[in-house]
Design a binder for this molecule. Structure first.
Ligand SMILES: Cc1ncc(COP(=O)(O)O)c(C=O)c1O
Length: 413
């Protein structure tokens, strides 16, 4: 039986996985195959166990003194440094603040202002919509022009118009197809024409070996509720390379980014360092929960997470190819070209995802025809990969995805 041999391969991979001890760091419902960590990461035990302390003691008992006594004021930078370790950034370059959307806007405007003699902002037309909307909004503010160019076409575009380009904005992983873009190569190409580069790491942080400092990235943003498991709506992060911090002129000059916030001065003077991208009071409970959640990465090097991620996605691709060869895999098959998800195209993708969820295999649907499954290297097992693929094959073979129960749409897909 094909499934038996896949399960045997999975058992061997799980037994020797360098992250096999990490599954116990998560509180997952028994029996559920959770392949949606690319939308909302699972609950780390350390985050769950910290709630009494964060809410009961810090908020309930220590009250306002917590800003000093429990390190609340410094938390955005402290937690930023913890995330920096996972994306290859030395200390003092990452801050946790706002949402990814807000950080994109700040970064886009700041980048355009760093290249006042250039008026083209470039982004991939396949970017997550908020990236596109906010680049347009930033361009309107600074009087720039947006050109939508995919990373594959970027070298030709840069060769022709590179000296007009202020910023190239790219996502480390295409949220639909799961294609991973070559961060070092894109960054080098943009820099070669004098442009700055911003990376959206929403689908990269925690699963890719990103290396922001090593590859001399200028700016990056990312959310913390996906593979970083920070919890629903956890605040996002923003990276500003040290060399740009002194001149960074971001548009949302809020009091928490002020050099002397408690001087209550009538005009804005930014603080030195990456803290100048802070705006207003952070969602402290969420930020502190995120800090505890990051303990799930203790002792985990980014390269190890990447290796295990590739092992999981590779096994899934092999399993799908054997069990349902008719299914079109949208994610690149070459390991170096894929992120930590596998996407498949199907004309009835919505029903397929619903049928899987009905069987306890949670993934998500993305318009127009994508079945998207995310593989979180810290808690997804190889065995679950095979279980998911065999459910998928059974759904397709039985036509379960066409049942009326699997057609009902809610707001969130
Ligand atoms: C690639 C990418 N960028 C940006 C966002 C938006 O993040 P937020 O809604 O937290 O601002 C998402 C959300 O899923 C995303 O996947």
């Amino acid at each position: 039986m094909i499934v038996d041999s896949l399960l045997a391969r999975a058992a061997a991979a799980d037994a020797t996985s360098p992250l096999r001890h990490c599954r116990d760091r998560f509180d997952l419902p028994a029996g559920l195959v959770y392949l949606d960590g690319n939308s909302l990461g699972a609950l780390p035990v350390a985050a769950r166990d910290a709630m009494d302390d964060i809410v009961g003691r810090q908020w309930g008992h220590d009250l306002i003194s917590s800003w000093n006594a429990n390190g609340w004021w410094d938390a955005p930078l402290r937690v930023g440094d913890a995330i920096g370790r996972l994306v290859g950034a030395a200390e003092g370059q990452v801050v946790v603040t706002d949402s990814t959307s807000v950080n994109l806007f700040k970064a886009f405007v700041a980048a355009a202002r760093m290249r006042p003699d250039r008026n083209v902002l470039v982004s991939d037309p396949a970017s997550f919509p908020t990236d596109l909307y906010l680049l347009d909004a930033a361009a309107r503010l600074v009087g720039a022009v947006v050109e939508r160019v995919g990373p594959a076409e970027l070298p030709d575009f840069l060769a022709e118009r590179g000296d007009e380009v202020a910023l190239v904005a790219v996502s480390s992983v295409d949220y639909r197809t799961g294609e991973r873009w070559d961060l070092p190569a894109v960054t080098r190409a943009a820099h070669g024409r004098g442009a700055l580069v911003l990376w959206d790491l929403c689908h990269g942080a925690g699963v890719l070996d990103v290396g922001l400092d090593e590859h001399e990235v200028d700016l990056a943003v990312g959310c913390t509720y996906k593979y970083l498991n920070g919890g629903p709506g956890a605040p996002a992060f923003m990276y500003v390379a040290e060399r740009h911090q002194e001149h960074l002129d971001q548009p949302l000059s809020g009091w928490q980014g002020h050099a002397e916030p408690f001087a209550m001065a009538p005009s804005f003077e930014p603080i030195r360092g990456v803290g100048r991208v802070r705006v207003g009071t952070p969602p402290m409970v969420s930020l502190l929960v995120l800090e505890k959640a990051l303990a799930a990465f203790d002792g985990v090097e980014p390269i190890t997470a990447r290796t295990v991620s590739l092992s999981l996605t590779g096994l899934f691709i092999d399993a799908v190819s054997e069990l349902c060869p008719e299914l079109e895999i949208a994610t690149p098959l070459e390991p170096e070209r894929r992120g930590s998800q596998v996407s498949m195209r199907h004309t009835e993708a919505f029903g397929v995802v619903q049928a899987l969820i009905g069987r306890g295999v949670v993934g998500d649907f993305r318009e127009p025809d994508i079945v998207r499954l995310g593989f979180a290297p810290l808690y997804t097992t190889h065995r679950e990969v095979v279980v998911a693929a065999s459910h998928l094959a059974e759904v397709l073979a039985s036509g379960e995805h066409r049942l009326p129960v699997n057609q009902q749409r809610s707001t969130v897909t």
